[in-house]
Design a protein around this ligand. Structure first.
Ligand SMILES: [Zn+2]
Length: 249
């Protein structure tokens, strides 16, 4: 079969080969053994570089699933995202997305959506050669949504009223936002500035400052961490924070 892939990670195997982890919309996470790929004459070339979007021809056995190593015949490069690669922060965002998808592992039922939104965000990072401060927030929110964990932000979880100015608090037991009336005299467990930022984000506004986006990213990342139990010690998260410190210094 022929399938699209985005390369998430790879490591050397022997002197001449790579083991490549990739996500495919049809199959989920794949492990590819690419023999002889380090040789100059290999037909794989950039098609198996990290974050490359390629099309591959594989012999895929539905009964054996994708737990085994698959040996692809060829890889046809679709997009290399050169501008994303030349920007350290954008590259760090791509690395974080890849690490998260690898840690989440193989829910094949979500594969096509996970692939689609990873591709979508790589294309977004590729635009105009500028850092997209909101890209990670958008992607993390989308991932919560795909996995069925997205908190409700535009409607009160208690009374159902529409929330326009940002939630008064977030109550996980009720699925997310709570309005002012329902919160009553209780104290909110979140900073009101953050709740307003989250409200504007939920309403599709994107003119926030970098620090606001970082709070929103942190919120959704924490949310995913709690719900999946799989996202502790993300190496690329530390790296992203480091590149931002470099970028602003
Ligand atoms: Zn309410």
């Amino acid at each position: 079969m022929r399938t699209q892939i985005i390369i998430l990670h790879r490591y050397p195997y022997g002197d001449t080969s790579w083991i490549v982890k990739a996500i495919s919309p049809d199959v989920g996470i794949l492990s590819l053994l690419v023999k002889g790929a380090k040789s100059k004459n290999s037909q794989f070339k950039a098609g198996i570089d990290p974050f490359a979007h390629s099309e591959i021809e594989i012999r895929y056995n539905r009964h054996r699933g994708n737990s085994s190593l698959i040996i692809p015949k060829e890889a046809y490069l679709q997009n290399y995202f050169p501008k994303m690669r030349s920007n350290l922060q954008s590259l760090a965002i791509a690395q974080l997305m890849a690490e998260i998808l690898l840690k989440l592992g193989n829910g094949r039922s979500h594969a096509s959506e996970e692939f689609k939104w990873l591709l979508n965000n790589l294309e977004y990072l590729e635009l105009n050669n500028t850092v997209k401060e909101n890209s990670l927030s958008l992607w993390l929110h989308k991932l919560c949504d795909i996995l069925g964990y997205a908190p409700t932000l535009l409607k009160c979880g208690q009374c159902g009223q529409e929330i326009l100015q940002g939630p008064a608090d977030l109550w996980p037991a009720l699925g997310g936002a709570i309005c002012k009336n329902c919160l009553g005299k209780r104290k909110s467990s979140y900073d009101p500035v953050f709740l307003q930022e989250l409200g504007s984000f939920a309403n599709g506004k994107s003119e926030e400052k970098q620090i606001s986006w970082q709070r929103i990213e942190n919120f959704f990342l924490g949310h995913l961490r709690v719900h999946t139990g799989l996202l502790d010690n993300l190496k690329s998260w530390e790296w992203l924070l480091e590149t931002r410190r470099l970028g602003s210094g």
